[in-house]
Design a protein around this ligand. Structure first.
Ligand SMILES: *Cc1c(COP(=O)(O)O)cnc(C)c1O
Length: 389
C-alpha cells in the first residue's frame, strides 16, 4: 500500500472486541492471568507491552518501511536505547551538525563508559569514511541536520560503512535520526541505514502536545536487544501519548505537504530580504548537495535557518517584533516556531564547537507551520523592519 494509506490504516484497524474505529486508549498497568504462566491475552504488564503502544509501533514500522518499531518516552530515550548497543571503549562516528541533546548525551553521559565520539570533518560520505576507526561500532547521522540542514548522502554512506570492518570483524551500524524529514519525506532503511531514530515529539506527533520517540530496525537480533532494553530500562510512552501519536500519523502526509509548500515560500522571502545575511534551505538549487533532495527525499520539511545582519541584540529586537510566530524550542507543530540555536537547542555545545559548525549568535531557526504563508511572510517582514528601527 502507498504511504497515505499506511498512515491511516497501519496499526489502526477497528478494534476486534468492540469495533471501535479508533484504537482505544487502554489504561491499565497490568493484565489478568488465567493461571501461573498462562496469559489470558497477548499482554502481561504494561511496561513490557500494551495494546496502545503495540498499535503505535505497528504504525511507525509501517510508515518507515521497517520490520520492527519500538516506542519510547522521548526522542532522547529512543537515542539512549540505541546507544545501549555499545560496550565500554567502543566508538561512535558522528556528522558535525547534530541535535544538541544528542551531542550532550554522547559527551556528558556516555563519556563515563569511555565511549569516544569522532566527529567527521564535514557531512560527506568520504569524511565519514575517514573518521572510521577499528573501534567504531555506530555511525550517527542526521539529514537534513539540525540546525543548518546539511544533507548527507545516506545510500553512499551506508555503502562505505558496510564495507568497513572494525576490530570485531563486523561493519559498524549506520543510525539515521530521521526526525526532520519524517517518514513522509525520507525512509533511511530503504536507503541502506540499519537503525532509524525519531523524536516523535516533532512531525510525527505534529501538534506540539506530546513528548515521545521511536526506533525502527529491520534486523531481528538488533530488535531483540532494543526490545529487551526498552522493557529493562522502562522509558516507555503512556497509552494516551500513543493515541495522540497515532492520531498525528493519520494526517502526517497532508501536514508535511503544507509545511513544505509554506517553507518554499518563506525561504524565498527570507533570501530576498536585505536584512537577511544568509538563508539555509535545501530546496534552493544552489544549496550544497541539493541533488540529494531529489535523490533520497520525496519532499522537504518546514525547516529553515537564517542569519540576520548584526548580533545577539538585533536577534532579540527581531524576536520582539514578531506578533504571530512564537519563540519556542521544538519544531514540527501546526504553529510556526522560531528559536535561537546558540542559546536554546544547541546551548549544550561549548562556544568553540558551535563556532566550528556555523552556529553563530545571529543564526535563527524557523519551523514553518501550516498557517497561511502570507501571514507568516507579513510577520517576518514587519519584525525585520522593527529590528532596524
Ligand atoms: C527534538 C529532537 C530530538 C530529541 O527528541 P525529544 O523528543 O525532545 O527527546 C532528537 N533529534 C532531533 C533531530 C530533534 O529535533
Amino acid at each position: 500500500m502507498k504511504f497515505s494509506t499506511l498512515a491511516v490504516h497501519a496499526g489502526q484497524r477497528p478494534d476486534v472486541l468492540t469495533g471501535a474505529v479508533c484504537v482505544p486508549v487502554t489504561l491499565t498497568s497490568t493484565f489478568a492471568m488465567d493461571g501461573i504462566g498462562k496469559l489470558r491475552g497477548e499482554f502481561e504488564y504494561a511496561r513490557s507491552d500494551n495494546p496502545s503502544r503495540h498499535a503505535l509501533e505497528t504504525s511507525i514500522a509501517a510508515i518507515e518501511y521497517g520490520k520492527h518499531a519500538l516506542a519510547f518516552a522521548s526522542g532522547q530515550a529512543a537515542s539512549t536505547a540505541v546507544l545501549d548497543l555499545l560496550q565500554p571503549d567502543d566508538e561512535i562516528v558522528a556528522t558535525p551538525n547534530i541535535y544538541g541533546g544528542t551531542y550532550r548525551l554522547f559527551h556528558k553521559v556516555y563519556n563515563k563508559y569511555n565511549i569516544k565520539i569522532n566527529v567527521a570533518k564535514d557531512t560527506t560520505p568520504d569524511a565519514i569514511k575517514k573518521a572510521l576507526t577499528e573501534k567504531t561500532v555506530l555511525v550517527w547521522g542526521e539529514s537534513p541536520s539540525n540546525p543548518l540542514l546539511d544533507l548527507l548522502d545516506i545510500a553512499k554512506t551506508a555503502e562505505h560503512v558496510h564495507n568497513f570492518r572494525n576490530k570485531n570483524g563486523v561493519a559498524p551500524l549506520l543510525v539515521i535520526d530521521n526526525t526532520f524529514p519524517s517518514p513522509a519525506f525520507q525512509n533511511p532503511l530503504l536507503l541502506g541505514a540499519d537503525i532509524v531514530t525519531h523524536s516523535c515529539t516533532k512531525y510525527i506527533g505534529g501538534h506540539s502536545d506530546v513528548i515521545a520517540g521511536a526506533v525502527v530496525v529491520n534486523d531481528d537480533a538488533i530488535y531483540e536487544k532494543l526490545k529487551f532494553y526498552q522493557n529493562a530500562a522502562g522509558a516507555v510512552p503512556e497509552p494516551f501519548s500513543c493515541f495522540l501519536l497515532q492520531r498525528g500519523i493519520r494526517t502526517l502526509p497532508l501536514r508535511m505537504k503544507k509545511h513544505e509548500e509554506n517553507a518554499y515560500r518563506v525561504a524565498e522571502f527570507l533570501r530576498g530580504n536585505s536584512a537577511v545575511e544568509a538563508a539555509f534551505f535545501p530546496g534552493f538549487t544552489d544549496f550544497p548537495r541539493h541533488d540529494l533532495v531529489k535523490k533520497q527525499m520525496s519532499g522537504l520539511p518546514g525547516m529553515i535557518s537564517f542569519k540576520i545582519h548584526g548580533g545577539i541584540d538585533d536577534v532579540k529586537k527581531f524576536f520582539a517584533g514578531l506578533k504571530l510566530i512564537i519563540l519556542a524550542e521544538s519544531l514540527g507543530g501546526p504553529e510556526t516556531l522560531i528559536c535561537h540555536p546558540a542559546t536554546m537547542t544547541h546551548a549544550a555545545l561549548p562556544e568553540n564547537e558551535r563556532a566550528k559548525i556555523g552556529i553563530t549568535d545571529n543564526l535563527i531557526r524557523l519551523s514553518v507551520g501550516i498557517e497561511d504563508a502570507d501571514d507568516l511572510v507579513d510577520d517576518l517582514r514587519e519584525a525585520l523592519i522593527y529590528r532596524s528601527r
